[in-house]
Design a protein around this ligand. Structure first.
Ligand code: ZN
Length: 132
């Protein structure tokens, strides 16, 4: 349902873009063939731009957030705070107050006694998966 709404909104955006380009073209040239071509270009420009934005997003994030959602499901990747760096490992605390350690491809729960409990690991599809 949500996706359909977004798609519909995006379709309207394309129509608006096409209409605006049509109006500009009509003022510049006033020939209907140019107007149709311009409107078609205007229609596809938002599609091309959104495709480009998705590509850039994929390149920057690599299809996944840099940290998994926390154990309680409350905190997303940007809700963690860095506590300290230990060699190549990074200790985090999430908003619930739970501590975690990122070590290479693995994300551990960190207990108060310093013990690490496996939590998530980067799977073959470059996504966070349960580490059991
Ligand atoms: Zn949390």
């Amino acid at each position: 349902m949500n996706l359909n709404l977004i798609d519909f909104g995006f379709f309207l955006l394309c129509l608006c873009s096409a209409t605006m380009v049509w109006i500009v073209s009509n003022r510049l040239w006033g020939w209907w063939i140019y107007n149709v071509i311009a409107a078609l270009v205007g229609f596809f420009v938002p599609i091309a731009l959104s495709g480009l934005a998705l590509r850039i997003n994929d390149l920057v994030l690599g299809h996944r957030p840099p940290r998994p959602t926390c154990e309680h499901g409350n905190c997303k990747w940007n809700d963690y705070h860095v506590l300290k760096f230990v060699g190549d490992d990074v200790e985090f605390i999430c908003k619930c107050g739970k501590k975690y350690v990122r070590s290479g491809e693995r994300f551990f729960k960190l207990h108060d006694n310093g013990q690490r409990e496996p939590y998530k690991v980067l799977g073959p599809k470059n996504q966070w998966e349960d580490d059991q």
